[in-house]
Structures are given as structure tokens and as C-alpha cells.
Design a protein around this ligand. Structure first.
Ligand SMILES: Cc1cc2nc3c(=O)[nH]c(=O)nc-3n(C[C@H](O)[C@H](O)[C@H](O)COP(=O)(O)O)c2cc1C
Ligand code: SF4
Ligand code: SF4
Length: 253
């Protein structure tokens, strides 16, 4: 049996959740990073003996389209999937339902699911610091429960919340701006999951390609990329009521 941690994690929260969910198997998980825009995912071929923890962030209550597309290229080969979403304390809506469909179409068997809260990657005041120590304990406990559930034989599909058809894809476009302090080091261009930043002119961003994932903002050593403060403030005010009350992680077996 080989253990895989497969994730799309522009700013690292989803990766943390994915790693915590692999903890019960007590063996190193091979990482497959879906945000690597240069990797050929169709070359990945899994088998029925493999166990994969597959995690994506919820973007607008859906699976980020680029993550769905790259997952769809993997040959699942009957591998068992524990599928998870990390969301920023608003709601994950149809993310798990869609993720399950994407995985089944790629040939995975879907055995268990988790929805976990992680710091909001745009408005960091929501779920700040999560997953925290309590989340870590809880997600490690979920991992143990899932591990014994899988060892118990053929577990069957978990009932996850969500609708088909999925809610419409709609996120508020927040293309980061580049400030004058940019020294054109190119780090953001090389790490953008969708190649929206040209390497030669990193002060420009293609608004058609940008998925507002915030990785460039996080990785810029000069702090030269940001979402316009007035847009950030207005969106924060709009989401305050639905994002402020801490939400619980959920396990679906
Ligand atoms: C474009 C975008 C859309 C998002 N939409 C939602 C959402 O619908 N519900 C929610 O609770 N959090 C939402 N978030 C927050 C992320 O789901 C959350 O911060 C997640 O942990 C980010 O994963 P990462 O740290 O792996 O990049 C959104 C974040 C981004 C960047
Ligand atoms: S990482 Fe920052 S400094 Fe480097 S090119 Fe991008 S915006 Fe400019
Ligand atoms: S340019 Fe857009 S898609 Fe690329 S890293 Fe920045 S926010 Fe993400």
C-alpha cells in the first residue's frame, strides 16, 4: 500500500489539513501538488492498493476549476480516496459533492470525507490561525477513525452535503495589484498555479487567468502584491456576519 497526499493549496491551509488527515497511517505520504502548473498529471497512475487523501480549498462553495481539471487527469485505478475541503469559515456548500464526482470520474473509490476550517486566505481575520492546536487534535482523531473504517473492509460512500447541479461558479474577482516595491525577482510568476503572471513582466497579471488564490501575495518577499484595500474592506464588511462565528470541522463516514 502506498499513501498519497494530493492537494491544491495556494496558501498552505489545505496542505496542512491534508497532512493531518494522513497522520494515522504512520508512514510518509507521497505529495502530489496540484498547484504545480508545469506537472503532467496524466502521467500519474494509481492502483487499488493505494490510499489517497485528496484535499482542495472551497472557492465560492466549489472545487477550484483548475484543481478539478488536474485531478481529472490522474488515473485513479480504484485507489481509495479520503476527500477533504478546507474552507475559510463561511461555507463549503457543494465542494465535497463536486470533489466526490471528480474523483469517481477519475477512477477513485470514495470512502470518507472531511470538511475542515482553515484561515481565510483573502480575509485573514476569519478563522485566523486555523487549523490550530484543537483542530490538529481533532483532525488527527478523524484520521484514526478513517483508518480503522477503511481497515474494516468495504466502507461504502459517505453521505456528504451539497447539491447537484452545483451552485453557479461565482467568486468576487480580486486580482492582486503590484506595488512599486516590486523588484521583478519573478518568484510570484514561477509559483502562480495558473501562470497568470508573465515572468518577464511580473508587475502585470492576466485578469482572465487569475483565480484570486492569493499565493503571489503570500510568497512575495517584498510584500509588493496586495488586493486593493478598499475592495478588501468592503468584502470583509459583507462577509462579517457569516464568517465570524467559529465553525466546527466535520467528518463524514
Ligand atoms: C477565491 C477564493 C474563494 C474562497 N471562497 C470561499 C468560500 O466560498 N467559503 C469559505 O468558507 N472560504 C472561502 N475561501 C477561503 C478558502 O477556502 C480558505 O482560506 C482555504 O483554506 C484556502 O486554502 P489554501 O490555504 O490551501 O490556499 C476562499 C478563498 C479564495 C482565495
Ligand atoms: S515576487 Fe514580488 S518582488 Fe518578486 S516579481 Fe513578484 S511582485 Fe515583484
Ligand atoms: S496572479 Fe492570481 S492566480 Fe496567480 S498567484 Fe496571484 S492571485 Fe493566484
Amino acid at each position: 500500500m502506498k499513501l498519497y497526499a494530493i492537494f491544491f493549496s495556494p496558501t498552505g491551509g489545505t496542505r496542512k489539513v491534508c497532512q493531518l488527515l494522513t497522520s494515522a497511517w504512520q508512514q510518509p505520504a507521497e505529495e502530489i501538488d496540484l498547484s504545480d502548473s508545469r506537472r503532467d498529471f496524466s502521467a500519474i497512475s494509481l492502483t487499488a492498493e493505494d490510499i489517497c487523501v485528496v484535499a482542495v480549498p472551497s472557492f465560492g462553495g466549489r472545487v477550484p476549476p483548475v484543481a478539478a481539471q488536474r485531478l481529472g487527469q490522474i488515473q485513479g485505478g480504484g485507489a481509495r480516496a479520503v476527500f477533504a475541503t478546507a474552507y475559510g469559515n463561511r461555507a463549503f456548500e457543494d465542494t465535497l459533492t463536486e470533489l466526490e464526482d471528480v474523483l469517481k470520474a477519475a477512477g477513485f473509490r470514495c470512502d470518507a470525507a472531511v470538511a475542515a476550517v482553515a484561515e481565510h486566505s483573502i480575509m485573514h481575520q476569519f478563522a485566523a490561525g486555523r487549523p490550530d492546536a484543537r483542530d490538529k487534535e481533532q483532525l488527527e482523531d478523524f484520521s484514526r477513525q478513517i483508518c480503522s473504517h477503511l481497515e474494516g473492509g468495504a466502507p461504502g460512500e459517505p453521505a456528504v452535503p451539497g447539491n447537484r447541479p452545483y451552485k453557479e461558479l461565482h467568486t468576487i474577482p480580486m486580482v492582486p495589484q503590484t506595488l512599486d516595491t516590486c523588484n521583478r525577482c519573478g518568484i510570484c510568476a514561477s509559483l502562480c498555479p495558473v501562470q497568470a503572471i508573465p515572468a518577464a513582466t511580473p508587475e502585470h497579471t492576466d485578469p482572465q487567468l487569475c483565480i484570486s488564490c492569493m499565493r503571489c501575495v503570500q510568497v512575495c518577499p517584498q510584500h509588493a502584491r496586495r488586493v486593493a484595500p478598499e475592495i478588501l474592506a468592503a468584502t470583509s464588511r459583507k462577509l462579517e456576519a457569516v464568517c465570524s462565528q467559529p465553525k466546527e470541522n466535520q467528518l463524514f463516514l
